[in-house]
Write a protein that binds this ligand. Structure first.
Ligand code: HAM
Length: 417
């Protein structure tokens, strides 16, 4: 097969035998999120670049290295969305979200990041996300986390581990940055080149570095929590207390800061061993975002689940649902008269919800039976002139090869009730 017919690295086709699993995950999300009052929103895949620059953060890996950005013929700087939150906030504030009003939305779709492809790390990947926009309260954060856990239970992954932390308020940042700076500058020589740069550009980003040498230094760094204001600590305490009250198991990871700059207060990730090195299947937190053209930041809390990683975890746990054959009946026609009658019959059966395939090429019996077999149909319904004259069809149960005659008028009642 020519390389030119393959998608580009890190971008994959999703074939029919895989889509039952995808639909199951999306439909389950709808069922779970609906119970918490969330409605679907669909925002564009292509946005102005500045929708992402300031909200995600100029010094994040996403903005620095991973965005697919280009200038269109009208001279606009555009970006394929690397995540959903910034676009959703742009859409809601563009509509004029009222102060103090709460919006609950979920979305599902493709995101794009120019990362090095690996298992669970794609350049086009799919997120299922939710955003609760407009209000600030530890209880909203907790409800959001509970909903995420509810979803993971519904898709059979109740063993995923919840990690949480707090980044405090923007007003806490200077204090924390100074403490981190005095710690990390001691390791200037040992850290990776990215982290050496981060010492000057955005010290918090060091905490998110995955380089093994940097990780050894990071695990001994002063916890963010210890250097936050009393009100930020109180907010986090309430989140933890409520989670305990609701029997949600979690682990506080004092160095979890997440790779986007818009977070304040609560941040969380759900990790699962089944998806390999990229073990964060979902991530989220509370944020403040000021979309371009707005003078005030809008608060919210939400999360996004990576569907490719979720599928890897479910496959590892033996939960992956294979696509079942969607075909109920293969109609086999022997002779022109039977073929015409079968065309009419196919229409009637489809009206009754039966999925039908039939020979449309006037082939012989053997070829048609081979197609019936290959289609995965539960029944082959066969007729020629003799069956036509009696008003019957020969029904072959493709599972056990049992054959019997059936009256044309009884097909629905006998086979599908
Ligand atoms: P994120 O942690 O960047 O957060 O992405 C969320 C999830 O998307 C990850 O946990 C992972 O499962 C998946 N993901 C990210 N990058 C890739 C990739 N290159 N290949 C495959 N899967 C990937 C966000 O995007 C935030 N918008 C989440 C959020 C919503 N925070 C508040 N509201």
């Amino acid at each position: 097969m020519s390389k030119r017919s393959e998608p580009i690295p890190g971008i994959t086709d999703i074939f029919p035998e895989e889509t039952t699993e995808w639909r199951f995950l999306e439909n389950t999300a709808r069922d779970v999120f609906r119970k918490y009052g969330y409605d679907e929103i669909r925002t564009p895949i292509l946005e102005r670049e500045d929708v992402f620059l300031h909200s995600i953060g100029e010094s994040t890996d996403i903005v620095q290295k991973e965005m697919y950005s280009f200038t269109d013929r009208g001279g606009r700087n555009l970006t394929l969305r690397p995540e959903g939150t910034a676009g959703v906030l742009r859409a809601l504030t563009n509509r004029g979200i009222l102060q103090g009003e709460e919006k609950r939305v979920y979305y599902s779709g493709a995101m794009f990041r120019g990362e090095r492809p690996a298992t669970g790390r794609k350049r086009q990947f799919h997120q299922l996300g939710v955003e609760n926009v407009g209000k600030i309260s530890p209880d909203i954060d907790v409800e959001c986390i509970v909903m995420l856990m509810d979803y993971f239970r519904a898709v059979g992954l109740s063993d995923a581990k919840l990690l949480i932390n707090t980044r405090g308020l923007p007003s806490d940042r200077d204090t924390v940055s100074k403490v981190l700076s005095s710690y990390f500058s001691k390791y200037d020589e040992e850290m990776c080149s990215d982290c050496r740069r981060r010492l000057d550009t955005n010290i918090w980003r060091i905490l998110d570095c995955k380089n093994p040498t940097c990780r050894e230094i990071i695990v001994k760094s002063p916890p963010v929590l210890d250097n936050l204001s009393e009100s930020s600590r109180d907010y986090f305490r309430k989140v933890c207390d409520r989670l305990r009250l609701l029997n949600v198991e979690f682990e506080v990871d004092t160095r979890l800061v997440r790779g986007l700059d818009y977070y304040v207060h609560t941040v969380f990730e759900l990790v699962h061993g089944g998806c390999g090195a990229q073990n964060a299947v979902a991530g989220g937190g509370r944020y403040e975002i000021m979309p371009p053209g707005n003078r005030r930041a809008t608060p919210g809390v939400g999360f996004a689940i990576g569907l490719e990683r979720l599928i890897l975890s479910r496959a590892d746990a033996g939960k992956y649902v294979e696509t079942e054959t969607p075909i109920d009946v293969y109609l086999v026609s022997l002779g022109d008269a039977a073929r015409l009658e079968n065309l009419v019959l196919a229409g009637r059966l489809r009206e009754n919800g039966v999925a039908i395939l039939m020979d449309l090429e006037e082939r012989g019996m053997k070829a048609q039976m081979r197609s019936a077999d290959k289609s995965g149909a539960r029944f082959a319904l066969i007729r020629g002139d003799e069956e036509l004259s009696k008003g019957v069809l020969v029904c072959k149960n493709m599972g056990d090869s049992n054959q019997f005659e059936i009256l044309e008028d009884n097909i629905i009642t006998e086979l599908f009730n």
